[in-house]
Structures are given as structure tokens and as C-alpha cells.
Design a protein around this ligand. Structure first.
Ligand code: ADP
Length: 494
């Protein structure tokens, strides 16, 4: 907007019309005082100022304008009579935006000057805006950098206080920060501790994680600087988003004592189950001999006692067999003898043995799906063990219900064998753990006997057949345990 200041209304009128005809917005003031009030209140792109005014003349107005920081750069065009003293005009006014038009005003000259000043004003305004944006951006960045610095300092203090070895690295695996404990294992802050030659390389594993963006968790043996032996550490490396980039924080946690205890426990279980197996096999054999020798009447009390002893010996035997299998798995010695066999025969054998050992149960066993003639490739005895395990669990955890179903479904590439029961079921949040070693669902573990290793052994057996094993269940809704086996038979199989 342009402000016209003149005490003569006729002059204001003609000038206002001229400017408005060129699409400029115009405001007016009839005295120096009025002009100053308006100038303080509004922003003007240009002021056209009459010099000869009563009370406060144009020069005084200009001097005042120059004194306000808000307005000191607003350009002014004086409308003055000829012979004005220029010294007076420039006094206290340091802006370049000053010009003169002598009266009577030549409209063309005035318009030229107005346009020039107006453009100048617009350009200055645009520059100011840019400058302001830039200043704000610089300030924002400074602030962000300060915040980042303090976050990094905080993280480093935190890592320093940990009882573990801790470090950070960038997305390429370059180590950034290491805490004091790092130097117990490595003499340089740029290299990872030396790992056992038989273990996977930290760098290779880390690179894979960095590329996939997934956290790394691995057990690895590393060497202390002054010692010759290696100790087990759990290495965990997690991505953190810092400054829009993925950086990583890693820790080595000492799990050596835990590993040693685990090894001793495995050795104990292995020795104990071996030692128990031998006398148990003798007891079993002598019980059978005794049974035959006595040839008791089936209904007499003695025959029932012998039968119960045999049942209990059978349970003890399967517990010890599970423990032995467990130590074989731990030592990588679980042998799988694969052959082509009839799946129907295997399923029927498993059902027969389960029905025989559960002759007191009122549960009916139903079959679904026809697999007669279907041949599969695997270890028949081990796969029967899996199915027997599923069925034993169904009879155990669905005791008191009416039926259990064995379903065999042939699919495109696999055959699926399921055991469906209608018992206590498993809460959904526990489903992923039932195949873990020694896992038992807490809520029900006191009501049923067991070691929590049967399903772990099953999953290892199925894994070595390249099959899948899973469970679908919900608390109180029964459970469906199933495994699948690939259907392709090897060309050279017997
Ligand atoms: P165990 O039965 O000896 O405890 P398993 O490894 O066979 O060990 O099973 C692990 C756990 O899974 C069991 O303790 C039980 O909590 C749960 N589970 C297994 N089968 C069933 C089932 N059919 N219904 C409900 N829970 C089951």
C-alpha cells in the first residue's frame, strides 16, 4: 500500500486517482501527525510526502520515520517546490529510498518513480523473507544438533554404566563408541574381540543383520586379552534410529557360567538316563517272566497288581527313553534311518499301541482321511513316536472327554497328520512355546505329570524330515497338533 501525505485535499484526490488507475492500493493522511500515526500502525511500501505542510512539514515527518526501526527503510518520494535545501532532507535519514518530484507533478515521471520504488520494496521484502527462513532453519539445525549431542552423551553414559561390554556401530558395521569393558577383550576400539575358530564370525553375522535391518542375537566364544581360553558371550545388536539413520547398539553378556551349568546338567541327564535304563530293562523282562510263570487268573488281585507294576514300568521306560533322546539331540546323535514305508501302517501301529495302553479310557478314537497305499520316506519308528506322543498328550490333556480324532490329509506336496482333541487346550499366547525344551503350560503343569520334553523331541524328529510341526488351540477349546511330511520320494530310496 502507498501512503499519500498532503494537507491539500485536491492534491491527494488527483494523486490517489492516478495511482488507483494503475492498480495500486492507496491510503491518505492530511497532516504530518496523522501520517506518523498511520505509519506506526500499518506497513507501507512507499510514502509520497508533501514538503510544505503547516505544523509538521514533510522533512520533519521524514526525520521521524527514520527514527523508527520499523519504518526507517520505507522509501519516500517528496513532492516539493523547487530550490529545497537537500542537506536538510538527508539529515538523519540513511536509507537509499529517497527521491524528489517537483510541483507541478508530471504524472508520467511520478509513475515511473513509484513503480521503481514499489518493485524495490517487493524485492527487499522477498529477500527479508528468505533471510528470515534461513535464520530459522539455521537455528532449528543448531537446536537439533544440540539435542542429538546430548542424546548421544546420554547413551554413552548409559553404555558405560552397564555390566556388559557395549558398543555402537553405524549401518556399515564401523564401530563408533566402545565402553571401558571392551578393552578386556580387544586391544583396539576398531576391532571385535577374537572369536573361537569353530564359531561363526561376528562380522559376517553382523553384516547380514545390518543388511536385513533385523536385530542380531548369537552365542559366541570370545577370548580375553590376557587369557588363553575362550568364554561364552551372548552378543545382541539392536538397531536404533538416530538422526534419521539406522545406527546399532551392541552388548556382549557373559553367559559362560550358565553354559557350563547347562553342559553339566546335560551330562548328568545323559549318564543318569543311561544308568537307569539298564536295570529298568531287567525289571521289565523279569516282570514279563513272572507274569508268564505265575499264569494268574486275570480277575484275581495279584494279576491286577502285576498289571499295574507293568504299567508303571512302561511309564518309567518312556520317561527314560525321552531323556535319552534329549541327550542324543543335545549331542547331535539322534539317528534317523529313513526308508520308504506305508504311512497307513505307521498310523495304525501308533493307534493300536495307544489304545492298548489306554484300555481303561472311555475316549473313542476316530479316523478321518484315506491314506491307504500312500508311501512316504522317513524313519517309521521315529515318526510313530511323534504320533504316539500327540496321542498320549490327547488322552492326558483331554481325559474325561468323549473323542479324539486322527486326521490324515493328502495335500499337493505334503501329507498332514493331525490329532484333534477336545480337552483343556492351550492359551494362545503360550502356543509358540510348547515345542521348547522343558516347556510346560504353567496353568496346568501341576495337574498333569510330565517333563515337557516330548514335543521338543517331536519337533526335532520332524525337523530332520524337512517337515513342519504345529499346534492350533485356545484355552478350554481342545487342541489340534499336526505334522506334515514332504511327499516326494527319493529316486534311489529302497
Ligand atoms: P509333557 O506332556 O510331558 O509335559 P510335552 O512336551 O509333550 O510334555 O508337552 C508340553 C506341554 O504342552 C505340556 O506340558 C502341556 O502343557 C502342553 N500340551 C501338550 N499337548 C497338549 C494337549 N493336547 N492339550 C493341552 N495342552 C497340551
Amino acid at each position: 500500500m502507498i501512503l499519500i501525505v498532503d494537507d491539500n485535499p485536491d492534491n491527494i484526490y488527483s494523486l490517489q486517482k492516478l495511482l488507483e488507475s494503475k492498480n495500486f492500493k492507496v491510503d491518505t493522511a492530511h497532516s504530518g501527525e496523522e501520517a506518523l500515526k498511520k505509519i506506526l500502525k500499518y506497513n507501507y511500501a512507499l510514502i509520497i510526502l508533501d514538503v510544505q505542510m503547516p505544523d509538521m512539514d514533510g522533512f520533519e515527518v521524514a526525520e521521524n520515520i527514520a527514527g523508527f526501526s520499523k519504518t526507517k527503510e520505507t522509501p519516500i518520494i517528496f513532492l516539493s517546490a523547487v530550490n529545497t535545501d537537500k542537506r536538510f532532507i538527508t539529515k538523519g535519514y540513511d536509507s537509499g529510498g529517497l527521491d524528489y518530484v517537483t510541483k507541478p507533478v508530471d504524472p508520467d515521471i511520478l509513475m515511473l518513480k513509484v513503480k521503481t520504488f514499489y518493485r524495490l520494496y517487493e524485492q527487499t521484502q522477498a529477500l527479508k523473507d528468505i533471510q528470515q527462513t534461513l535464520e530459522m532453519e539455521v537455528e532449528r539445525r543448531k537446536q537439533a544438533q544440540l539435542e542429538l549431542r546430548s542424546k548421544v552423551d546420554y547413551l554413552h553414559t548409559l553404555l558405560e554404566s552397564l555390566p556388559q561390554i557395549a558398543f555402537t556401530c553405524d549401518h556399515l558395521g564401523n564401530i563408533g563408541f566402545v565402553n571401558g569393558r571392551w578393552f578386556q577383550f580387544s586391544d583396539s576400539e576398531n576391532t571385535f574381540p577374537q572369536t573361537h575358530p569353530d564359531d561363526r564370525s561376528i562380522m559376517t553375522e553382523l553384516q547380514e543383520s545390518l543388511e536385513s535391518g533385523k536385530p542380531l542375537e548369537m552365542e559366541v566364544r570370545v577370548k580375553k586379552r590376557e587369557e588363553s581360553g575362550y568364554s561364552y558371550q551372548l552378543l545382541r545388536v539392536w538397531p536404533i534410529l538416530e538422526n534419521g539413520e539406522n545406527n546399532w547398539v551392541g552388548t556382549f553378556t557373559d553367559i559362560d557360567a550358565q553354559k557350563k551349568a547347562e553342559k553339566e546338567k546335560d551330562e548328568f541327564l545323559s549318564i543318569a538316563s543311561h544308568e537307569l535304563k539298564t536295570p529298568l530293562t531287567s525289571i521289565k523282562a523279569y516282570m514279563q517272566l513272572l507274569d508268564r510263570k505265575l499264569s494268574l487268573d486275570k480277575n484275581c488281585a495279584e494279576a491286577k497288581y502285576v498289571g499295574r507294576v507293568q504299567d508303571q514300568v512302561g511309564k518309567l521306560n518312556s520317561l527314560i527313553t525321552d531323556l535319552l533322546d534329549l541327550s542324543k539331540i543335545d549331542n547331535g546323535k539322534l539317528r534317523i534311518n529313513k526308508k520308504v514305508f506305508s504311512l497307513e501302517r505307521m498310523v495304525q501301529n501308533a493307534i493300536d499301541s495307544i489304545v492298548q495302553t489306554h484300555d481303561q479310557s472311555n475316549m473313542e478314537l476316530y479316523r478321518q482321511g484315506d491314506i491307504s497305499g500312500l508311501m512316504v520316506y522317513g524313519d517309521e519308528i521315529r515318526l510313530e513316536q511323534v504320533l504316539v506322543n500327540f496321542l498320549t498328550n490327547a488322552y492326558k490333556y483331554a481325559a474325561g472327554t468323549e473323542k479324539v480324532i486322527v486326521d490324515c490329509t493328502v495335500m499337493t506336496d505334503v501329507v498332514k497328520v493331525s490329532v484333534i482333541d477336545f480337552g483343556i487346550g492351550i492359551p494362545e499366547n503360550k502356543l509358540s512355546e510348547v515345542f521348547d525344551k522343558f516347556y510346560r503350560v504353567e496353568e496346568t503343569s501341576f495337574d498333569f505329570q510330565g517333563l515337557g520334553i516330548g514335543l521338543y523331541i517331536c519337533s526335532e524328529i520332524i525337523r530332520s524330515h524337512q517337515g513342519t510341526i504345529a499346534v492350533e488351540s485356545a484355552a478350554g477349546k481342545g487342541a489340534t497338533f499336526y505334522f506334515t511330511l514332504p511327499l516326494n520320494l527319493p529316486t534311489d530310496a529302497e
